[in-house]
Write a protein that binds this ligand. Structure first.
Ligand code: GZL
Length: 358
């Protein structure tokens, strides 16, 4: 698999996704986007073969002009993690580019509290939101909010994490990464940078969402085929830098023979770097580090030799989310999953691709 993974759309495609893919690819092979001042927008990578997709007529929802309607964005976690900052910025930038007045874009942040995310969404509906883009905190628990949107015939696009509710019935579609594949790609990098021999600790993401489950599954299934790699510990750092550092400090005490860390996001990986240094060891050398996201801080550490590889999880959903919403309003069929392509950084390209990180 090349460092930058691209899955070419194959076979008969649902028109909407094919058009999305073509539209997205029109932005350039590397997924680069016209958005000024930010890295490449997320672009649809795989085409969902088969299935008729979800249409406006099927849902009975009504057309609207996105430039004059109130649109709500529900963010899940606090804006401390660059992933969240870039994600929210992408939504705001795309809305502005489309001519949505700032007053018409309602933005809330659930601060990692599921009940707050439900009330945030209901509040935006009460304020007149006609369409919603939601970054779910968890895979379950949003149904009351989705039901409230359905009762008002407000389409909901979920981005970033998948919910267990029903596409086209409870929400329109999911736009996000293939997280199992991200875990596999991280494993490939781990096998490469360790020469196939390592005692690995996993810093797990927060529980209750498909991202943690899938990134763990992808990584474990892939390293299972590499006899020299053993997973000696796994513990959650809640996708948080300081928790990742604290957990890593503990793991270094309990497993002094650790030689590698797989962190399920960059923030925890950077926390691990701090813990490794405090223990008098060299991160990136004595202990290899592979993580997922593509934040500027982590990619910069690769260029400095203190980090080994990062699989991107592109948070810039703005362009694709609004494109998908517009295609739905134009009567086009929207597939249940729009899977985006993610890049990858290692010692061979981190310096040249640093500008793409966030
Ligand atoms: C992935 C997203 C994850 C990021 C983490 O789509 O849900 O949550 O990888 C974030 O940085 O906490």
């Amino acid at each position: 698999m090349t460092a930058t993974e691209r899955r070419v759309p194959v076979g008969v495609a649902v028109t909407a996704v094919l058009a999305l893919t073509l539209t997205a690819c029109a932005k350039g092979e590397d997924g680069s986007s016209a958005a000024v001042g930010t890295g490449p927008a997320a672009t649809a990578a795989s085409v969902q073969p088969g299935g008729a997709g979800c249409t406006l007529a099927q849902t009975g929802y009504t057309k609207m002009d996105l430039r004059s309607a109130k649109i709500g964005f529900s963010q899940s976690e606090k804006e401390a993690n660059p992933f969240r900052i870039a994600e929210t910025q992408s939504i705001k930038e795309e809305a502005a580019k489309l001519g949505v007045p700032a007053a018409n874009l309602l933005v809330t942040n659930a601060q990692s509290d599921l009940n707050k995310q439900v009330s945030d969404i209901k509040s935006m509906l009460d304020q007149g939101a006609r369409a919603l883009i939601v970054a779910p905190l968890n895979s379950d628990g949003l149904q009351p909010a989705l039901d409230a949107a359905k009762a008002k015939k407000v389409p909901v696009i979920t981005i970033d994490r998948k919910v267990t509710s029903k596409p086209c019935t409870d929400y329109l579609t999911f736009i996000g990464s293939d997280f199992v594949r991200q875990g596999e790609r991280a494993a490939d990098q781990m096998i490469r940078v360790t020469g196939g021999t390592a005692k690995v600790a996993i810093l797990l993401g927060s529980s209750g969402n498909n991202v943690t489950t899938d990134r763990t599954k992808g990584f474990k299934d892939k390293v299972a085929g590499s006899s020299g790699i053993s997973i000696v510990a796994e513990q959650t750092g809640e996708f948080d830098r300081s928790k990742g550092q604290t957990v890593m400090e503990q793991l270094l005490q309990s497993h002094p023979d650790l030689t590698a860390v797989y962190a399920e996001n960059d923030e925890m990986g950077i926390g691990a770097v701090n813990a490794i240094k405090a223990a008098g060891k060299k991160p990136g050398e004595d202990i290899k580090i592979v993580s997922i996201d593509g934040t500027r801080n982590a990619v910069k550490l690769i260029t400095e030799g203190s980090y080994n590889a990062v699989v991107e999880s592109n948070p810039r959903f703005g362009q694709l989310a609004f494109q998908t919403l517009q295609r739905f309003l134009d009567g086009q069929p929207i597939p249940p999953n729009v899977i985006i392509s993610d890049d990858e950084y290692d010692e061979t390209n981190a310096a040249s691709k640093l500008a793409n990180s966030y």
